[in-house]
Design a protein around this ligand. Structure first.
Ligand code: TYD
Length: 137
């Protein structure tokens, strides 16, 4: 499995609490064009189930927890996001599923492109074809 990276975000901690700073091209590996967040989720309604053709993203779970399943067409890996000082960078061509979102989860996502529905692959069979084409190039 490749095409993802775990980012250890430096936590600045003192008696008042913790602070994490995110800076493009410093601890975030791309220029940030878009930020969105997901909340008020429930365990029974998993999200994701798509891949992106070009988009790079960093997922940071600010509160609660979520299992992020990543699939490269050959193998699947599960990564538990449950702390705001870890980021999960997901690069293009990875099928992802967000499972077991806790009710209090707040998941922030940084992205290197504006929203574009044409960049999504939402069908797993289509995803497998896309991956095979990528390997041939
Ligand atoms: P989607 O990416 O499918 O969410 P998830 O993968 O978490 O299940 O997005 C849900 C809806 O929100 C879909 O109609 C597209 C819309 N959307 C935007 O309008 N802008 C955005 O930046 C994102 C990420 C989604």
């Amino acid at each position: 499995m490749e095409k993802f990276e775990i980012l250890d975000l430096k936590e600045i901690k003192d008696s008042r609490g913790c602070l994490v700073a995110l800076e493009e091209l410093i601890n975030i590996p791309f220029e940030i064009k878009r930020v969105y967040y997901i909340y008020n989720t429930n365990n029974a309604s998993p999200r994701g189930f798509h891949a992106h053709k070009k988009l790079k993203q960093v997922l940071i779970c600010l509160k609660g927890s979520v299992d992020v399943v990543m699939d490269n067409g050959k193998s699947r890996i599960n990564f538990l996001l449950d702390t705001p000082n870890k980021g999960l960078a997901i690069y293009p061509g990875v099928w992802r599923e967000l499972l077991n979102c806790s009710e209090d989860m707040v998941l922030m996502v940084l992205a290197d492109r504006y929203y574009d529905e044409n960049d999504y692959i939402r069908d797993y069979e289509e995803y497998q074809k896309f991956i095979q084409k990528e390997v041939l190039i």
